[in-house]
Design a protein around this ligand. Structure first.
Ligand code: PLP
Length: 404
C-alpha cells in the first residue's frame, strides 16, 4: 500500500478528533441521527457496490479524472518554479463540490433517505447538492438567507431548475449563519427521512472525515498524473485555497505522507488584517467552538463568531475544518493569506496567460503560487484550481474592469 494509509488510519480517532479539534457537540435529538450516519458511512462506503457506483458516477457524470495542466506561459513569464494546475474547475457544475455532494447523496440513497437538506451562502453548495438530488431522484431543500437570494440570482434560478426547493431565511442578518440555523431546524423535524448534507470539511463528526474522504480522489488522481507528466517526480509544493477547507483537504491527502512535499493552505486576507475585513481563520483565529465542533474560530469581543469578508464568497466562513486546525498545529501544512487585490491580479493573469478563468476562491491559491514562484527556480508548484470563474465574471468586470 502507499504510505497514504498511514496518516488516514489514525486521523481522526473513532470519536472524530484530530488531536484537540473536531468532535461532535450536538443537541440531544441529533445525537442518534449523527451516530447513525457515522455507522452507515463506516459500513456502506467501504462496500464494493458503493465504491463501484461512485466510480461510475465520477467517470460518466462528473467527467473525472480531471486533467493536470502545466502553465507554460505563466511559468516562463515568472522565471522561477514550474506551475501546474489540478483542473477541478472541469468537474460538472464547475467546481470540486460535486465530489462530496454526489457521494453524500449516494450514501443518503443507500440509507433509504428521501430528502437532502442544506444551507447555502453564495449558492454554490446548493447548486451542487440540487444536481446530486436530481441525479438520484431525491427531494432537495436548500436554506438561503434573503440577502444572498437577492445577490446570487443565477444560482437561485439554477437550483429551482434542478427541482430543489429554495427556502428563504428572513431572520437576523439573513445570510449564511441564519441559513445554517434554519436548515438545522428543518432537519430536526425529520431526521429519519432526511440527511443534512454539509458543504465542506466542517460540522460535527462524521462530516469532516466523510467529506475529506470523498474529496480524496482529487489528491489521488493528481499524484499519479503529476508523476506521469514529470517522469517520476512529486511536486515540491502543493497549494490550495481554504474556506471550510474541503478542496485543500482533498488534494493534500494525495501527498500527506510524502514529507518532502510542502503543503500550503491559502486563506483570504480580504481588505486587511482588522477583524471583519478578512476571513483568515487559521492565521488569526483562536481555539473555540462553532456549529457543533471544536476548531480555530474568528471571534468578536463577546466571543461570538465574527463578521468576515472576502472577495470570494465561497471563502467567508469564521471557522475552518478541524483537520486544518490540527495540521496547522502539527506544522505539516503551512498557512498563508492573500488579499482581495492580489487575488484579482491572479484572476486576470491566469485568464490572459493560460486561457483559464478561475473562480475567485481558487484565484487565492494561484496568487500565492505567482508570489513565491520567482524565488523557487528548478522547483514545481501544484495548485488545486477548485473551480471556474464564470460565476464571477460580471462581478469582476462591473466592479474592477478587465485588468490591464
Ligand atoms: C465553495 C468553494 C470553495 C471553498 O470551499 P472549501 O471547502 O474550502 O474547498 C473553494 N473554491 C470553490 C470554487 C468553491 O466553490
Amino acid at each position: 500500500m502507499t504510505m497514504t494509509t498511514r496518516y488516514l488510519k489514525h486521523h481522526p480517532d473513532k470519536d472524530g478528533w484530530f488531536g484537540d479539534y473536531g468532535g461532535a457537540f450536538l443537541p440531544p435529538q441529533l445525537e442518534r441521527p449523527f451516530a447513525e450516519i457515522a455507522e452507515a458511512y463506516a459500513r456502506i462506503s467501504r462496500s464494493a457496490e458503493f465504491q463501484s457506483e461512485l466510480a461510475y458516477i465520477r467517470r460518466h457524470f462528473q467527467g473525472r479524472p480531471t486533467p493536470v495542466h502545466y502553465c507554460r506561459n505563466l511559468s516562463d513569464a515568472l522565471g522561477g518554479a514550474r506551475i501546474y494546475l489540478k483542473r477541478e474547475d472541469l468537474n460538472h457544475t464547475g467546481a470540486h463540490k460535486l465530489n462530496h455532494c454526489m457521494a453524500e447523496a449516494l450514501l443518503a440513497k443507500h440509507m433509504g433517505k428521501r430528502r437532502l437538506i442544506a444551507e447555502t451562502g453564495a449558492g454554490q453548495h446548493g447548486v451542487a447538492l440540487a444536481t446530486a438530488a436530481a441525479y438520484f431522484g431525491l427531494d432537495c431543500e436548500i436554506h438561503m438567507g434573503e440577502v444572498d437570494i437577492d445577490k446570487e440570482h443565477p444560482n437561485v434560478v439554477r437550483m429551482k431548475l434542478l427541482g430543489a426547493t429554495v427556502v428563504p431565511v428572513g431572520f437576523g442578518g439573513r445570510t449564511l449563519k441564519e441559513a445554517v440555523d434554519s436548515a438545522f431546524q428543518s432537519y430536526l423535524k425529520d431526521p429519519e427521512g432526511s440527511i443534512y448534507a454539509i458543504g465542506s470539511v466542517v460540522g460535527p463528526h462524521p462530516f469532516p472525515m466523510m467529506v475529506r474522504d470523498f474529496q480524496r480522489i482529487v489528491g489521488q488522481e493528481a499524484r499519479e498524473q503529476f508523476i506521469d507528466m514529470t517522469a517520476g517526480e512529486l511536486p515540491d509544493h502543493v497549494v490550495a485555497c481554504v474556506g471550510g477547507g474541503s478542496n485543500a483537504m482533498g488534494i493534500f491527502q494525495g501527498f500527506i505522507d510524502d514529507d518532502d512535499v510542502a503543503l500550503y493552505g491559502i486563506e483570504p486576507l480580504g481588505r486587511g488584517t482588522r477583524l471583519g475585513e478578512h476571513s483568515a481563520t487559521v492565521t488569526y483565529g483562536h481555539d473555540g467552538e462553532i456549529h457543533g465542533f471544536r476548531t480555530l474560530v474568528l471571534t468578536d469581543d463577546d466571543g461570538q463568531p465574527a463578521p468576515v469578508h472576502s472577495i470570494a464568497s465561497g471563502l467567508d466562513y469564521p471557522g475552518v475544518g478541524p483537520e486544518h486546525a490540527y495540521l496547522h498545529k502539527t506544522g505539516r501544512v503551512h498557512y498563508a493569506a492573500v488579499d482581495d487585490a492580489q487575488t484579482l491580479q491572479a484572476f486576470y493573469r491566469l485568464s490572459r496567460d493560460e486561457g483559464i478563468i478561475p473562480a475567485l476562491e481558487s484565484a487565492h491559491a494561484v496568487a500565492y503560487a505567482i508570489r513565491v514562484a520567482p524565488e523557487l527556480p528548478g522547483e514545481t508548484i501544484l495548485v488545486n484550481l477548485s473551480g471556474r470563474g464564470d460565476k464571477d465574471i460580471d462581478f469582476v468586470a462591473d466592479n474592477f474592469g478587465y485588468g490591464d
